[in-house]
Design a protein around this ligand. Structure first.
Ligand code: GLA
Length: 755
């Protein structure tokens, strides 16, 4: 089962094997199929042979597509679930509006090749060895199987096959789409652009697009703008996911700022290489969202008999606003994406040494920190950068993955044993895809990095990118990690990646197909993670890339948590975490309590404030414990113990962003309701009070109106008139006043169902 989850697989060999297994339901004229149906809102796939209409239902969502009279695959409906008795008429291609806009351009395609005069974004563009670049895909067959639908299309003249894969999640209505491109032409051809598919929204002109932007130490900014005629391209050209944009979008038709109102169509791409999502309002006011690997500098040579599977593009719908869209994504990530789904392990409370020691790690120093961390209830101790090779700073050592003998003369074992004896798991930092030119590895293998021969090799943080697409580099990286995990009792790797690509050449690429690097690098990255996890099932992994530059639904299939940002300033972090949760679950959002004043802004904040910010995600501590006072340890012990009681609610609950810190709001309030609805926890933050105004009243959401809940504040104060117990209706309608005044103040309280 090696690489079983690897997307973008290139399968060499008989292409007919897969097709032989397909039930050519269209050709056989089967009428209607229902799969996986159980009581209530189960997943269902229907096919009506008379109209050639497919309907996929999951949770509260229906997705309907059809084969039109041109044998094109056309979107018919995507939105709130239709009644079971509803049927949609056959697809008919949209009329041309003039000789300038033929029907091909006005029809909402699920997946369209570039050819025949297509001007909107294509899903596939190829170039054949004879110079022909025309591709017109037509439906040939389909198969309905246990967890989805596969529709096969073929170029009208050449043996280029595309199989569209659809899997509907019955819990959330999130649809997974991908496409497999198969070459049976007898010769290689080049894929110049490929998408996983196109999402077509109902025609409309009053949409708003939300997306996420950022940079190092400033990730996860929520942007919003009206969807206008023209195209917005969200992308990374960096070789990896990047923070400049994150591969997530949400489009709503709601003009209010209420997080829980309006229709929202949202999606996320599962790909950790260069990617693009284009949001296009076309010439007939249709909104199309197309996503896949970035077309910029892309070329993939597909040999005869080979297949290329695109990344998964996930899409969902909610009629309860972007807040609910986030909750659906969170549930989907925990239930269907993360390792160990549908019940991944709750995140242990972690300590990380980076901000305390930077590169200056050694056995005695780390042991001292470990003792202090254990005393406050930490469950996992992670040693960060600096433990290997000749690593004293960021100028040398990356690539030489042996334990530094000066810093750890007895190897890692005595230290790891010590961590275990303190009742904690042991974790370690690695940055496997990188090399410092000042390293034995680079001196031995200068050809192992991405490069264009004879051109300068641009360094960033004094490092170069190893070309993971090369089989020898893949073998080296897997080999050293496997050895490290075999020889040491390691429960966790923080897998870092601290620069983006430059000079993305692969001089030794097979058949001269250098640009295959855009696919093969990421594919090998995933396959190493998958193979390591299979061989070392006890090991958990965090995806870090100088903070949040490699967070997406692709890498999250192989990693248990992510590091959203190197910016650990608690106030900045409120905004960072707010943006993060639009797309990703608090269950994977590592959040550390670090020192005050914080290195980022030199801002001071109380230890309690810093804890409360971090407790909204997966709690970690990254402070220099050697500088803590006895009072700090007492406070930390209390907060860690409190966190353990709310951890499940925070990591598995339904998150409501009651007041977002966006638009420079001085307030921010989040609430999480446990999956069984019996508990809720809320966090309220104040930047600075002004002119004696009280803190806004907090009206909770997601409670049972008729049930009774007891309130208890574990930080800050509630207004004296607050009842001890009241109904869900009271807490949601009347609301709660907290007494917050001053600068960088915070309060937190729980509600527990008592009836
Ligand atoms: C990156 C990470 C940090 C830390 C350093 C170590 O910047 O994001 O958390 O691990 O590398 O060099």
């Amino acid at each position: 089962m090696r690489n079983c989850h690897v997307v973008m697989t290139r399968l060499v060999g008989s292409a007919t094997r897969l097709l032989a297994g397909l039930i050519l339901a269209g050709a056989l004229g089967l009428s209607s199929s229902t799969f996986g149906q159980s009581a209530g809102q189960a997943q269902m796939i229907h096919y009506d042979a008379a109209t050639k209409v497919f309907r996929l239902d999951g949770a509260d969502v229906s997705y309907v597509l059809g084969i039109n009279e041109q044998s094109e695959v056309q979107t018919l409906y995507w939105g709130k679930r239709l009644a079971d008795s509803d049927t949609l008429p056959a697809a008919i291609s949209s009329p041309a509006i003039s000789s300038f806009d033929m029907a091909l351009n006005t029809t909402p395609h699920e997946f369209v090749g570039w050819g025949g005069g297509l001007y909107v974004e294509p899903d596939l563009k190829v170039s054949f060895p004879d110079g022909n670049r025309d591709l017109i895909l037509k439906y040939v067959s389909h198969q309905i199987h246990n967890d989805g639908l596969a529709i096969t299309m073929k170029d009208q003249l050449r043996d280029v096959y595309v199989t569209l894969d659809y899997r509907m999640d019955k819990e959330t209505g999130i649809l997974r789409r991908s496409a497999v491109i198969e070459n049976r032409t007898g010769d290689p051809f080049t894929i110049e652009q490929v998408a996983s598919g196109t999402w077509n929204l109902p025609r409309g002109t009053d949409y708003r697009l939300r997306y996420l932007t950022g940079r190092w130490a400033g990730e996860w900014n929520v942007q919003e703008q009206p969807v206008h005629p023209g195209k917005v391209v969200l992308e990374s050209r960096r070789g990896t996911t990047g923070a400049q944009n994150n591969p997530w979008f949400a489009i709503d038709d709601n003009r209010s700022n209420d997080q829980d109102q309006g229709n929202v169509w949202f999606g996320a791409l599962g790909w950790s290489g260069s990617w693009q999502i284009s949001v296009e309002q076309d010439q007939v006011q249709q909104v199309r969202v197309t996503g896949g690997p970035n077309a910029f500098d892309f070329a993939y040579r597909l040999g005869n008999g080979e297949k290329l599977e695109t990344p998964a593009f996930y899409g969902g719908f909610s009629d309860h606003g972007v807040g609910d869209a986030s909750r659906l994504l969170h549930r989907f990530e925990v239930g269907s994406i993360l390792p160990g789904h549908p019940s991944p392990r709750l995140r242990p409370v972690l300590y990380n040494s980076w901000e305390a020691t930077t590169f200056d790690v050694n056995e005695a120093g780390q042991m001292a920190l470990a003792e202090k961390a254990a005393s406050i209830g930490v469950e996992r101790f992670v040693m960060d950068d600096g433990w290997f090779g000749g690593r004293k700073n960021d100028h040398a050592g990356l690539g030489d993955w042996y334990v530094n003998p000066k810093k750890f003369p007895n190897g890692l074992k005595p230290f790891i044993d010590k961590v275990h004896s303190l009742g904690m798991e042991f974790g370690l930092w690695v940055e496997p895809e990188m090399v410092n030119p000042d390293s034995d590895l680079y001196r031995e293998h200068p050809d192992w990095v991405l490069n264009f021969p004879g051109r300068p090799r641009t360094e960033a943080r004094n490092q170069l990118v190893l070309n993971l697409a090369r089989p020898d580099v893949r073998a080296y990286v897997f080999g050293f990690l496997d050895k490290l995990l075999t020889e040491n009792d390691i429960a966790f790797l923080k897998w870092d990646y601290n620069r983006n690509w430059s000079e993305p050449g692969w001089p030794a690429a097979p058949n001269g197909a250098q640009q295959n690097v855009y696919v093969d690098f990421t594919r090998n990255f995933y396959s190493i993670l998958a193979e390591l996890r299979q061989k070392h099932p006890q090991v958990e992994i965090e995806s870090c890339s100088g903070g949040g530059s490699r967070v997406d639904l692709g890498v999250m299939q192989y990693t248990d948590e992510v590091w959203p940002s190197d910016n650990t300033d608690a106030f900045d972090r409120i905004l960072i975490q707010n943006g993060f949760t639009y797309a990703y679950s608090p269950a994977v959002m590592m959040a550390w309590v670090t020192d005050s004043p914080n290195w980022v802004n030199q801002r001071s904040a109380s230890l309690e404030y810093r804890f409360l910010v971090a407790m909204q995600g997966s709690l970690g501590i990254g402070a220099d414990l050697n500088k803590w006072t006895a009072d700090d340890f007492d406070k930390a012990k209390q907060m860690v113990a409190e966190y353990k009681t709310i951890r499940e609610t925070v990591q598995r609950g339904q998150l409501y962003r009651l007041i977002t810190p966006e638009h420079d709001s001085p307030y921010s309030v989040t609430e999480s309701v446990s999956p069984d609805g019996k508990k809720a926890v809320a966090f309220a933050f104040l930047h600075s009070s002004k002119e004696l105004y009280p803190y806004p009243r907090i009206q909770l959401r997601g409670l049972d109106r008729g049930a009774r809940y007891e309130i208890s504040a574990f930080a800050g104060k509630l207004a004296p008139a607050t009842p001890k117990t009241a109904s869900g209706a009271f807490w949601m309608q009347h609301g709660i006043d907290v007494l917050l005044r001053g600068d960088f103040q915070a309060a937190a309280f729980t509600l527990t169902r008592v009836d």
